[in-house]
Write a protein that binds this ligand. Structure first.
Ligand code: LCS
Length: 394
């Protein structure tokens, strides 16, 4: 299907990126091939020179992966998509492409643990400086800009503090200084937030989460409009061998067809779960941008089409009480990752964000009592009944 002809989001989820093969396959097949035969020597040379579109070698590109890339580009209102072996493959390629020795990057303090970890360890080793700040304050972003700042990389809402950054404001500041802005949109998915439409230059997704949605594949993507950066990022991806495998691409391609149905159902459940938790006497606090008590409720309404299905909360009695809760739930699975059809619970300070120093965690608001909850598409009443019986045991 030609992208941009039928524009409804569910239509794009189902059809964007499809192409017609010689057999009339309704579904893009898995092109399980590592390499592609050239018609003749000149054809091969033209493909390598970039003078003609086509496939050369699966580490650089593959038809199944390309279908997914086209679907993602359509969903995020971009021109180009690049698939990766994982979300971290996309993160590391993004940093390697934009940053070199002596450069500086600004990022969100509560960015996904390993996205911060790779800057604090590997990129530091190669002379790249990083500042992790509270990007929910646009003035703090402007203050942190240095002459050698080459990229601003934000996550909104953040994992796991569910704090928002105003994408439009930060994009406008970044562009005043000619700095590209990349946004990790994993927590919202393209259903609820479209950073490119808010001025961002690049969108990043861990496809492992909402877009695939079935907790059976790891994958990542970058989506953008700029042709030069697309070429450069794809080349960097191929150098690193961070490419997506065609079978993996097919799985995500299939999962993405029900993206809105899943995201909206999980969000409806999350509203009910958040209401239940906010009013439960054993719950000390809760972060969910769909609640009026969230300090950025108004920004969430302006910037997002809905508050999503990720929330975090603390139980009275702190970490020990939180551990009891995590051990007592029966329907929710105690596991990292998020955005799948199943409800998951985890403890960031000892799991996803354990790699950060305790001081950095506290500064970013990732307190020891914080429990993260990814609401699935099961019946809301069952998810709530499970939480209730677990809270009763504390
Ligand atoms: N960005 C965000 C916001 C994430 O939550 C994750 C993974 C990544 C990037 C990296 O993607 P991956 O390589 O895993 O596909 N977040 C995880 C989490 O919260 N629990 O387990 C993984």
């Amino acid at each position: 299907m030609e992208n941009n002809k039928f524009n409804g989001i569910r239509t794009k989820e189902v059809h964007a990126g499809d192409f017609q093969d010689q057999f009339g396959s309704v579904v893009t097949p898995i092109y399980q091939t590592s390499t592609f035969e050239f018609k003749n020597a000149d054809h091969g040379a033209r493909l390598f020179a970039g003078e003609e579109d086509g496939f050369i070698y699966t580490r650089i590109g593959n038809p199944t992966t390309h279908s997914l890339e086209e679907k993602l580009a359509a969903l995020e209102f971009g021109k180009y998509g690049i698939g990766f072996a994982s979300g971290m493959g996309a993160v590391s390629t993004l940093f390697a492409y934009f940053l070199g020795q002596g450069d500086h990057i600004i990022s969100t303090d509560a960015v996904y643990g390993p996205s911060r970890g790779i800057l604090e360890t590997y990129f530091k080793k190669f002379g790249v400086a990083a500042d992790f700040i509270d990007t929910s304050d646009p003035f703090a972003v402007e203050k942190a800009i240095k002459p050698n700042t080459k990229l601003i990389y934000i996550e909104t809402p953040t994992n796991p503090t569910i704090k928002l950054t105003d994408i439009e404001e930060v994009a406008s500041i970044a562009h005043q200084y000619d700095i590209p802005l990349a946004v990790d949109n994993t927590f919202s998915s393209p259903v609820l937030q479209n950073p490119l439409n808010l001025g961002a230059d690049i969108v990043l997704h861990s496809l492992t989460k909402f877009i695939n949605g079935h907790a059976d594949v790891v994958g990542g993507a970058l989506i953008l409009k700029d042709e030069k950066h697309h070429k450069g990022l794809r080349k960097t991806m191929a150098y690193f061998g961070a490419n997506m495998d065609p079978h993996q691409a097919y799985m995500v391609y299939r999962g993405a067809k029900t993206l809105s149905l899943r995201v909206l159902q999980a969000q409806e459940n999350a509203m009910k779960v958040a209401d239940f938790l906010e009013n439960h006497p054993k719950v000390a606090w809760i972060n969910y941008p769909g609640l009026k008590s969230h300090p950025q409720y108004d920004l969430a309404r302006r910037q997002m089409k809905g508050p999503g299905s990720m929330l975090s909360f603390g139980v009275k009695g702190g970490l020990e009480a939180g551990k009891k809760l995590m051990n007592a739930v029966e329907l929710a699975k105690l596991a990292v990752s998020l955005g799948g059809v199943e409800t998951l619970i985890q403890h960031p300070a000892s799991m996803t964000h354990a790699g950060m120093s305790p001081e950095a965690r506290l500064a970013a608001g990732i307190t020891d009592d914080l429990v993260r909850f990814s609401v699935g598409i099961e019946e809301a009443e069952d998810i709530i009944a499970d939480l209730k019986q677990a809270l009763d045991k504390i």
